[in-house]
Write a protein that binds this ligand. Structure first.
Ligand code: SF4
Length: 81
């Protein structure tokens, strides 16, 4: 059985979404956390914030895990800021 640490995204301590600094709705935050942050590798590999972070980008707070833009598109936007 997988332990909790394997299931949790390694960014939880610093991620503003996980830390509750992006979404005002507790319910919405919990849903994102359930489907992305604590859903193992397959969950976080769907998270745009995580995919940007592992490539060295610092996603701003407007980017949610399910941002409709592609990772490449988001990288371009972040590079131009
Ligand atoms: S899965 Fe995404 S939203 Fe969740 S802690 Fe990791 S980077 Fe943040």
């Amino acid at each position: 059985m997988k332990n909790k640490d394997d299931q949790n995204c390694p960014k939880t301590e610093t991620c503003p979404l996980f830390q509750g600094k992006i979404l005002e709705s507790e319910k919405a935050k919990d849903i994102f956390i359930k489907f992305f942050c604590t859903a193992g590798e397959s969950g976080r590999m769907e998270c745009k914030r995580y995919l940007l972070a592992i490539d060295g980008y610092k996603p701003d707070i407007s980017i949610l895990p399910n941002d409709p833009r592609s990772v490449e598109e988001l990288k371009k936007i972040l590079s131009n800021n």
